[in-house]
Design a protein around this ligand. Sequence first.
Ligand code: BYC
Length: 325
Amino acid sequence: MYAQMVESTASDDDPEKLAAFQARIDAGEKIEPKDWMPEGYRKTLIRQIGQHAHSEIVGQLPEGNWITRAPTLERKAILLAKVQDEAGHGLYLYCAAETLGVSRDEMTEMLLEGRMKYSSIFNYPTVTWADIGAIGWLVDGAAIMNQVPLQRTSYGPYSRAMIRICKEESFHMRQGFDIMMKMANGSREQKRMAQDALNRFWYPSLMMFGPSDGDSVHSSQSMAWKIKISSNDELRQKFVDQTVPQADYLDLKIPDPELKWNQDKGGYDFSEPDWSEFHAVLKGNGPCNSDRMKARIRAWEDGRWVRDGLMAHAQKKAAGKVAAE
Ligand code: BYC
């Protein structure tokens, strides 16, 4: 279906239509599913929203790893709710992408065949309970930094999904920071675990914003179309500026000897992540890539009978063979 859709709209990109479309974007109008849009706009949205949806679903795995081992019943209930929220975010985003003419099954197949990505961050393991704190604080913190501007993205269904997701992400970040506060103010061993989690998650969190602006393939066109509102480096800088005082409050040390306040720019100078590690993770060679993909493939295969059953039910219902509920 996706391939057909791409073919049927490819000839539509004439200069007048493109100019009128850009004028709508520049005027701050939202683009809705039935509106005309350039093929590149549609494809970019499918890529970005689909990648984002996959990230929410794959993102359940590192945290799900700790549900059975959360230190208290209360922490377990909170973590369970958070992981369920991520599934919900995935669903809102898949639904937003479906309005562009691609099905959830097609997007899942693209992910499983390696034709679509998910966020690099979820290829790192969660080895201690403090990692769950670090994910909430840093990973959800980075996600919020990226997603708050996306509430103003030009595509209506994406923008509306982001508004709802951001509300929940704020709660997620608070729960992560709360775990970090407990750990950082706990025993020496707990504080050591909190510092260790920060050491391991700091640079992978900086990588979440994508390559630096000079190396970002899609940023300039995506920003012109207001699919992206801010550049990768702008968001990374804001994230560092927001997070350093929080680390100070926790009495934890950001693992960057070059980190220092720069009065002239009104922000921190900081070290770039190791981009060769980032590219290796994107190519599938991070610490957990193969585990994550195996888990998604198994879930897809194990869930086949449910999808088949639901489809059979829907077909029977459409044919009037099942009483309406
Ligand atoms: N990981 O030209 P660029 C979450 C790829 S999860 C993997 O700058 P763009 C959460 C990029 O796709 C957060 N790939 O690209 C869930 C492109 O490759 P392709 C998810 C990355 O799209 C559970 C290439 O590198 N959030 O919230 O303009 C628990 C060149 O990059 C990454 C989103 O997805 C990466 N980190 O900018 C807790 C937000 N970075 O596609 C939290 C929406 C770059 O050409 N997405 N690449 O093969 C975006 O804002 C943008 O897509 C990005 C990248 C900033 C990620």
